[in-house]
Ligand binder design. Sequence first.
Ligand SMILES: C[C@H](O)[C@H](O)[C@H]1CNC2=NC(N)=NC(=O)C2=N1
Length: 95
Amino acid sequence: MPPALLDEASIDARLKKLNGWRRDGDAIKRELHFDSFMDAIAFIKRIAPLADAADHHPELFNVYDRVELTLTTHDAGGLTAKDFDLAEAIDAVVT
Ligand SMILES: C[C@H](O)[C@H](O)[C@H]1CNC2=NC(N)=NC(=O)C2=N1
């Protein structure tokens, strides 16, 4: 049973509590810049266990010192609480 899709009001309310995430259709995105490629990779390594523990996985884009995270719930075909829960967990480990 996929998690329930959030309505617009819930999406707006939860987006306001995040740091640096933006809405992109059926997904939310955050772009981060690091001091080096290795710092960018270390960040990905830091969030990987969060995603695995949640059984909810971001789409990851990396080039050099940039990482772009995209979250959507594929099983539900849009944004659910799982996306925002993981986004909050990721925000908590961004220094
Ligand atoms: C079987 C496994 O629980 C599902 O495929 C999980 C894995 N990770 C996931 N990640 C995301 N972003 N969306 C999903 O619907 C999803 N489903």
